[in-house]
Design a binder for this molecule. Sequence first.
Ligand code: SF4
Length: 260
Amino acid sequence: MYFPQQEYIDDSIDAHDPDLLRVHSIETLGTHDGPGIRMVIFVQGCQFRCLYCQNPDTLDIHGGTFIPIEELVEKALHQKSYFSKKGGVTVSGGEPLLQRDKLIPFFDRLHENGIHTCLDSNGRVLDSKTEQLLERTDLLLLDVKHINKEWHKKLTGLKNKTTLRVAEYRESTGKPMWLRYVLVPGWTDQEEYLHEWGQHFTSYKTIERVEIIPFHQLGKHKWEIMGLEYPLADTLPPTKEEIEKAASIFRQYFKSVKIK
Ligand code: SF4
């Protein structure tokens, strides 16, 4: 059985404390999630159930540890000298938008201290709080996991409607974003849908880069430890040729396509 889908109802006392963020883990000197060297905060809780999730331990909205926002600001300040011009702080997950009201003041505090902010999101929620957070997000990393709503649902448990609306909203603000795409053989490598994905976004002016993330099995042991049935346990990573093929399709629609 996969980890059950959850309503976002977090009734613990600490969850109502605006100064505490529910965190899974923190990476220092990260180089994979946004530009330059970054402190990456993986927050706890996600409502997607991606078949390929490599961090199933971040899904439970009641898990993780509460960390005061000021403590996170302090940690970022300690690392600021490593960030140089391009780096900063990325909030990833799990799904950061589930704690968007707490991230608004956090990003404000980072900006007060001259620190660049990045949000790595699956675009689960769009409301005025999301808009306020995006206003404070220097760079949005938006995961658009499939362009077809039925395939998206099979792959993640939910449809892609809100994610696409978040992309549209970001475009309307004129602020930059990178789109991310996990390439999974048999699930996200269908040629017609790669074209459809490209066509959908090709006219967007705010997309600075598209990142292809080849599926891997580095998180497989986490599924085993958690006693979960891993649906893609036998799926192989895409070959070099398959990755190149997907990249060449995306390059027909975007100037900058990077393979992670
Ligand atoms: S959105 Fe990310 S954290 Fe959530 S299930 Fe998918 S891969 Fe895992």
